[in-house]
Design a protein around this ligand. Structure first.
Ligand SMILES: Cc1cc2nc3c(=O)[nH]c(=O)nc-3n(C[C@H](O)[C@H](O)[C@H](O)COP(=O)(O)O)c2cc1C
Length: 227
């Protein structure tokens, strides 16, 4: 096997092992490892090398205070994300969205149609799934969707670098739903758009919420080959 194959195998291992973690252990990730993860993630490309990402990263009691304040906020404020959420998922996008939702509900024992239980599971977003750390990711408003696109690459690289250190993670748009609160709580300037949170830490591997994996569309469903 050539060196190139080994590189791809190593990358595919990380890509396959990574999944969105929805139950964490409380043990903190050492600061040095968090710095390694962020440093690795900064290697992604960005338009004009603007590197639009800015992060606020919580640890220890800062995470716990944020978790509590966030849960309080969801009780008293309506969702109001800086960046509009998708208006609808239709066709295959709706199918894929349902499939991953049902896989989660099946794993945690939520019956189809049980709206109370599915809402309770959704609200676990605001406990940060018990993660010891949360990163809030923002991009300059003036860079628009391309700034957000650059940050998407950053999120993926962050998750892969974390996985390389056996640190699990989950990007959370659900947290970004409370935009004004996040700006206030973390002093994020109004000329920045909060895109998502990334909760991270060591995974609770025995938790049912971590027991399923999502599928992916076939190559021919996503590529229009012109040869
Ligand atoms: C930008 C973004 C936002 C997401 N927001 C949430 C979220 O708020 N809550 C959640 O449980 N999962 C969230 N996810 C995780 C997706 O549901 C997950 O990536 C998808 O189902 C594929 O599963 P996998 O990450 O385990 O491969 C988000 C993922 C991305 C990329």
């Amino acid at each position: 096997m050539g060196e190139t194959d080994l590189h791809l195998d190593a990358l595919n291992d990380l890509l396959t092992q990574r999944h969105s973690c929805r139950a964490f252990c409380s043990d903190p990730v050492p600061r040095e490892q968090i710095e390694q993860i962020v440093t690795s993630a900064t290697r992604v490309p960005s338009w004009c090398n603007a590197q639009p990402w800015q992060l606020t990263i919580t640890s220890g009691t800062e995470t716990d205070h944020f978790r509590e304040a966030l849960q309080r906020e969801t009780q008293q404020a309506s969702p109001n994300p800086d960046q509009p959420f998708p208006t609808r998922y239709s066709g295959v996008y709706q199918d894929r969205r349902r499939a991953c939702g049902w896989a989660l509900y099946k794993a945690v024992g939520v019956e189809k149609g049980d709206r109370t239980a599915s809402a309770q599971q959704m609200m676990k977003n605001y406990t940060l799934f018990g993660a010891p750390h949360c990163a809030i990711l923002s991009s300059p408003a003036e860079l628009g969707p391309y700034g957000a696109m650059d940050c998407g690459g950053f999120v993926t690289a962050f998750a892969l670098a974390a996985q390389a250190l056996d640190v699990a993670s989950i990007p959370q748009a659900a947290v970004a739903a409370y935009g004004p609160f996040l700006h206030r709580y973390f002093d994020i300037p109004d000329d920045r758009i909060v895109l998502c949170a990334i909760s991270f830490g060591y995974p609770n591997k025995d938790h049912p919420a971590n027991s399923f994996r999502t599928g992916r569309a076939a190559l021919d469903d996503i590529v229009d080959w012109r040869e």
